[in-house]
Design a protein. Sequence first.
Lengths: 119, 112
Amino acid sequence: NAGVMQNPRHLVRRRGQEARLRCSPMKGHSHVYWYRQLPEEGLKFMVYLQKENIIDESGMPKERFSAEFPKEGPSILRIQQVVRGDSAAYFCASSPPVRLAGASGNEQFFGPGTRLTVL
Amino acid sequence: GQSLEQPSEVTAVEGAIVQINCTYQTSGFYGLSWYQQHDGGAPTFLSYNALDGLEETGRFSSFLSRSDSYGYLLLQELQMKDSASYFCAVESQDTGFQKLVFGTGTRLLVSP
C-alpha cells in the first residue's frame, strides 16, 4: 500500500520561473494538506483540499500561490514567479475521508516532501 | 489565534527518559497530536490525545491536561535513533477541524 507520493523530490528554479509541485495521496484518502517548512522551523499550514474543492486556504499567500486537487490526478501546488524567499521544503499530507474512531484523531500521513531551491 | 510553545532543544543520554512539553492557546480545543521528524525526512504520527490523561504506545506516551492547556510527550528507554525533532500539533474549532497547527518543534539529541 503506497504511501503519500510527492514529486519532484528536489526542484531548482530561477527567480521569476514557475514551480509546480505534485502530491498523490494515499489510496482511499480524499483529504490533502500542504505545508511549508523553512530550515530549523516548524510546519506552516498552507491549504486543505478535498477532491475538486479548496476547503481552507488561510495559510496560502494571497499572490503567486495556488493549489488544486482535481477529480483525477494528483494535487498540485503552483508557485508563480518564484522568489528566493520561496525556498523551503513543501510537504503534502493526506487523511481518510471519514474520521476514524479511536486514538488517532486526524492522523495525517506525510509525503517525503519537495525541496524547492530558488536561485 | 492559536499558539503552541515547546522547548527548542532537549538533550539526553541513551536509556534515559525525557519529557517534551507543549502548551497551547486556542478556542474550541479538540485534540493534541505529536509527530516525529528526522533530519531530511517526513513527519510521522506518534500519538494523539483528545481527553485528559495518558496514552501509551510502546516506549512513547503522551499526556494531556485540557484544563491547563498543556500536554507532553514522554520517551522512555531512549535510543540513538530517537534523535529527531518532535512537534506538537493542535486541532480545534478555532483552527478549523481537520487542519493541524504545529508548534515550532523540539530538537532531541540523544548521546551515547
